[in-house]
Write a protein that binds this ligand. Sequence first.
Ligand SMILES: Nc1ncnc2c1ncn2[C@@H]1O[C@H](COP(=O)(O)OP(=O)(O)OP(=O)(O)O)[C@@H](O)[C@H]1O
Ligand SMILES: [Mg+2]
Ligand SMILES: [Zn+2]
Length: 292
Amino acid sequence: MTANVRQSGFQGKRADLLPQVRNIIVVASGKGGVGKSTVSANLALALAHTGAKVGLMDADVYGPSIPLILGVTDRPEVVNDTTILPVLQHNLKVISMAFFMREGEAAIWRGPMLHGVIQQFLGNVQWGELDYLVIDLPPGTGDVQLSLCQSIPLTGAVVVSTPQDVALTVAMKAIAMFRKLNTPVLGLVENMSYFSCPHCAQRSEIFGNGGVRRGAERLGLPFLGEIPLDIRVREGSDQGRPTVVHAPDSPQSKPFHDLAGAVAAQISIKNVGAAEKEKLGGFFNKLSDAIK
Ligand SMILES: Nc1ncnc2c1ncn2[C@@H]1O[C@H](COP(=O)(O)OP(=O)(O)OP(=O)(O)O)[C@@H](O)[C@H]1O
Ligand SMILES: [Mg+2]
Ligand SMILES: [Zn+2]
């Protein structure tokens, strides 16, 4: 018997692939442009800010944007055919397809190739010991999602949505996919929740705020928090100076720290639940042995 709670209930998946990674979180959305990469980067940084060891995998092989958001200029070291050393940036171990593409080059992927890249990112990158591996997904419900969910036991998915109804409707599709693939959903985040005026701090609910919270309630899923539309967040991402690193104690970073806290809390609840179940399972096994 293994004491690793992460491995329980994941028959068929390769729990041995990342033995030193305690929690794997995917950041997903139904549609593009809702802020997955911004949330992934700042979530990873906020988790690292608490002292955790964190890795960030950019699994958006179609439009990798994590290196730009983090301002990475280094390249990973490829040691041999089987070992890639991730880039260390702002205390995060980072890997992205962008490191292996020429600028302006488009990546055209067929299913098996995609699966191969994901396997390499999981198996050949020397992640070492991590408390959290955050994975930024491409939008939607495609091959990358399928490959990841089927390869390794994911701790859970964080689903990002904007408040508009259409965005939430497509977010439901992503949630349905994770449920089908037996990947827990840790909860929903509302990004671009409201506009916070940098001049007078007045709050304008451009897209109508609160839709994602209500959606989460309806689905019986945790609501992980709201992140306002903030020009400093956008500028930080575009300039490779993410908010949480550049201005960790600022009001615009607070929602990301709060999100990291909410995600960590949901993971603890899940892990305690799994450990309890395992203990209970052991108890019932002993009981049935005793009765025999
Ligand atoms: N809370 C926010 N405040 C201001 N700008 C934001 C916020 N979140 C994201 N953005 C901006 O919106 C744009 C899209 O964000 P991002 O690239 O993170 O989305 P995405 O969901 O990863 O997109 P894709 O589906 O293309 O991967 C970026 O220019 C980003 O800087
Ligand atoms: Mg993205
Ligand atoms: Zn104003």
